[in-house]
Design a protein around this ligand. Structure first.
Ligand SMILES: [Zn+2]
Ligand SMILES: [Zn+2]
Length: 274
């Protein structure tokens, strides 16, 4: 598959199903220009134990750099990390980083994971927000906006809170209150520094039929002059470029003609015909 990269990937070193070596092989076989490992960064949350990289990422770095050598001249291999909004590490020394809010902070000061399962989100809405799903969404986008302001290389799945909302069961994504919160977070991002990802991860895992983010966010990002990158948020080798055709279609619908690839020589723009 020409004109694309796959730089949002997870392996057995965090919560993925396949080894980094298998992920890199799948990327190479798919014909991508570059492959990037973006393991979940460590957090102090006990429930993340075993699902995220350790604080000391030496073994992870060593393995990614070994793969870079193994594929030298055939495919770029990049060292990345997906930083969670509750992380206790930094992205210093990495080729790139994905800034992702997986949790919101409730009015009670507790952190709630928004993408683990629908029951947790129901409980969060009921317990922390007295049933007000819009207040819950506002708290989520507050976390996203803070992450965006840190100028990540890629802003991860900006509307992750819609993961279990395809049927509109939590909130109406057309509601002005919802849209104002989501757009507020988007406006905190710097289009000169940060790429917005069109992420198909929830499609390959059967949670959604369309990629993140919603079209209105992509259109606004385009108006802001930002660039987009296609990602699979792949947690298995078979998902390495899952749904890229749909992701490209969504980008075109928002008015983009090109997407951005991350390579060892920097950013590269390619046409959206894949
Ligand atoms: Zn994520
Ligand atoms: Zn991810």
């Amino acid at each position: 598959m020409n004109n694309v990269c796959s730089v949002h990937t997870h392996s057995t070193m965090c919560d993925g199903k396949d080894t980094l070596e298998s992920m890199a092989r799948a990327a190479f076989e798919a014909g991508v220009v570059s492959f990037g490992a973006s393991g979940h960064s460590h957090t102090p949350m006990p429930e993340d134990e075993g699902q995220v990289l350790p604080v000391d990422m030496t073994a992870y770095r060593t393995e990614v750099l070994r793969l870079r050598e193994a594929y030298a001249g055939r495919m770029d291999v990049l060292l990345g990390v997906e930083l969670d909004n509750c992380t206790d590490v930094t992205a210093e020394g990495f080729d790139y980083w994905i800034g992702s809010a997986h949790r919101l902070k409730g009015p009670d000061g507790r952190f709630y994971t928004v993408d683990w399962n629908a029951d947790l989100l129901v409980a969060c809405q009921a317990e922390a927000f007295r049933g007000d799903a819009y207040a819950m969404a506002e708290a989520y986008y507050d976390a996203v906006g803070r992450m965006a302001a840190r100028k990540p290389t890629i802003l991860g799945h900006i509307d992750l809170i819609t993961k279990f909302n395809e049927d509109g069961g939590f909130f109406d994504e057309g509601d002005p209150r919802y849209r104002a919160a989501a757009l507020g977070a988007l406006h905190a991002a710097d289009p000169a520094e940060t790429l917005l990802e069109i992420n198909t991860g929830a499609m390959s895992r059967g949670y959604r039929s369309v990629p993140y983010p919603a079209l209105f966010l992509l259109r606004e990002w385009r108006a802001m002059g930002g660039g987009v990158i296609l990602t699979a948020d792949a947690h298995s080798a078979r998902a390495i470029v899952h749904g890229y055709a749909q992701a490209a279609e969504l980008a075109r619908a928002a008015g983009f003609a090109r997407s951005v690839l991350l390579t060892l020589s920097g950013r590269e723009e390619r046409p959206l015909d894949i």
